[in-house]
Design a protein around this ligand. Structure first.
Ligand code: SIN
Length: 527
């Protein structure tokens, strides 16, 4: 297991800054929490690893779910979320999400987010496992980009918030189970800095980049989970990774997401022999829960000896398709596919982390003054399988709650200037970190992917055990730091997946195919 810190450092020798809130990450969760904190009168520093817009939020296509339709209600949204989560959702967390969600979405609209409308008002679409049309979307298939645009605009205008880009958070500064701040590497100035805060919020996103095939941006290397775990926080549900069923699969092309909303508008899935197959797997056919669709696709791929299946929109109105999915239409055209006449080759890829840093409904982690929201956090709202388009909503709802919760911390805060240093000297090492990372990504896809076995998971754990030697060594740059974090987080996922001897939601074991009552519980790790 890793030590408490990734680098040699001594805070007494480093430049130090201080703010009320230190928020890590600039996606929907980080930016919305920053705005809420500033509205409550606090000053905020946001640290983000690359540019402000390099987030999973910015890439989100399908939309944001909220019970705003005439025939819809939070109770129906709750029911769908619980069914998709296969018995592992925290029901209070789900009630919080679905009942507070509509107001948070209205707030986004007041801030200037422009969602698509039709003659009835907001245009709502369906996605897998939703019983109602309740997904708001923007510019057709660029919902996340619209939300990111609006939040970024307001954050940039706000004098109480400063955003520091290219700041890679290396570790949390924790003593006696209280978080005092963070150690960050300024990638432009090439120096380590200390940021002290009264409230530290993790909103660093997910870990999709651990898998060779994924839909995530470069930043998604699991750093938030790794730094929290090293600092002693509890992490939960690490075995539950969501694979998206339909990601573009053309040799040489990026794994570009083909939104579930495409199936919501009526697209079919066909195997490589041209047969529509989802009707044989689930009553909701193409709109079955994501994990069901992924396994059906993998089965069809195996049966037909192909590495892909096809999304067929050719029976839909071409003008509607182009209007509704402009981004997908254009990207496919770049690869010589006209989606109004050609079927789109797709395969599953890693997409979302249901588990993460364990929090309660107020965003509190198991470490005092350390909070978490968005994909890095696990309040238990998604259970074993997230309902489509619930993730942007999760970032808004639980991000906002942190600010209400932390008011008392700001009032009662008494500064304590403690210094921190790495507790053991890390030695330099001459290892090709890039090669380790490449092997890890392939291994995660093959052994810790959508279908797992005890034998494969043990092979993965042997790999992590072997490379645990790197924890004793110093790193030279952020690329190497990412690899260390990926090794740690990959091991947590594989360890949890081996421990859970059943199949449930996003976790499927060929050697334990049944969903078992005795496993209706969470796996929690702490260093
Ligand atoms: C999609 O557009 O299919 C992704 C939506 C989501 O992951 O919630």
């Amino acid at each position: 297991m890793p030590g408490k810190y990734m680098l040699n450092f001594d805070t007494s020798e480093l430049p130090q800054e201080e703010d009320e809130y230190i928020i890590l990450g600039s996606g929907i969760a980080g930016l919305y929490t920053s705005l809420a904190a500033s509205c409550a009168g606090s000053s905020v520093t946001v640290l983000t690893k690359h540019a402000m817009m390099d987030t999973s939020t910015d890439k989100a296509q399908g939309g944001i779910a909220a019970a705003l339709g005439d025939n819809d209600s939070p109770a129906l949204h709750q029911e769908d979320t619980l069914v998709a989560g296969v018995g592992l959702c925290d029901s209070e967390a789900v009630v919080t999400l679905v009942s507070e969600g509509p107001d948070r979405v209205r707030e986004l609209i007041e801030l200037g987010a422009i969602f698509d409308c039709d003659s009835n008002g907001l245009a709502l679409t369906r996605e897998g496992a939703h019983s109602q049309r309740r997904i708001l979307h923007a510019s057709g298939d660029a919902t996340g980009a619209e939300i990111q645009r609006v939040l970024t605009h307001h954050v940039k205008e706000n004098e109480k918030i400063r955003v520091l880009e290219n700041h890679y958070v290396v570790d949390l500064l924790v003593r006696e189970n209280t978080c005092y701040g963070v150690l960050a590497y300024d990638q432009e100035a090439k120096i380590l800095k200390v940021f002290r805060g009264k409230v530290i919020v993790l909103a660093t996103g997910g870990l999709g980049r651990l898998f060779e095939h994924n839909t995530n941006p470069e930043i998604a290397t699991g750093d938030g989970i790794a730094i929290a775990f090293r600092a002693g926080a509890e992490v939960m549900d690490m075995e539950f990774i969501q694979f998206h069923p339909t990601v573009l699969n053309i040799t040489g092309a990026p794994r570009f997401l083909i939104s579930e909303a495409v199936r919501g508008e009526g697209a079919y899935l066909r195997n490589s022999k041209g047969c529509r197959f989802m009707t044989g797997y689930h009553a909701q056919a193409e709109l079955a829960p994501r994990d069901v669709v992924v396994r059906a696709i993998l089965k069809e791929m195996a049966l037909t000896g192909s590495n892909k299946v096809y999304l067929d929109l050719t029976h839909l109105d071409p003008e509607v398709i182009k209007l509704r999915f402009p981004n997908i239409t254009k990207t496919c055209l770049d690869y010589n596919l006209d989606i109004t006449v050609d079927c789109i080759p797709v395969a599953p890829a890693a997409h979302y982390m249901m588990g993460g840093v364990k929090t309660n409904l107020l965003g509190e982690t198991s470490i005092r003054r350390l909070y978490a929201c968005g994909e890095v956090a696990c309040p238990g709202v998604h259970g074993a399988n997230r309902l489509a388009s619930n993730s942007l909503l999760d970032g808004l709802v639980f991000g906002g709650r942190i600010v209400n919760e932390t008011k008392h911390i700001l009032q009662d805060y008494r500064p304590q200037y403690r210094e921190f240093a790495c507790d053991r000297l890390l030695e330099p090492v001459d290892i090709d970190f890039a090669a380790v990372r490449a092997e890890l990504e392939v291994l995660m896809g093959q052994k810790v992917g959508p279908v797992r076995s005890g034998t494969g998971l043990k092979e993965a754990l042997d790999f992590f055990d072997y490379w645990s030697c790197l924890y004793r060594h110093e790193v030279e740059n952020t690329g190497q730091m990412e690899v260390k974090n990926m090794l740690l987080v990959g091991e947590l996922v594989a360890e949890a997946a081996l421990a859970r001897r059943e199949s449930r939601g996003g976790h499927c074991r060929v050697d334990y195919p049944d969903t078992l009552k005795r496993w209706q519980k969470h796996i929690i790790f702490r260093r």
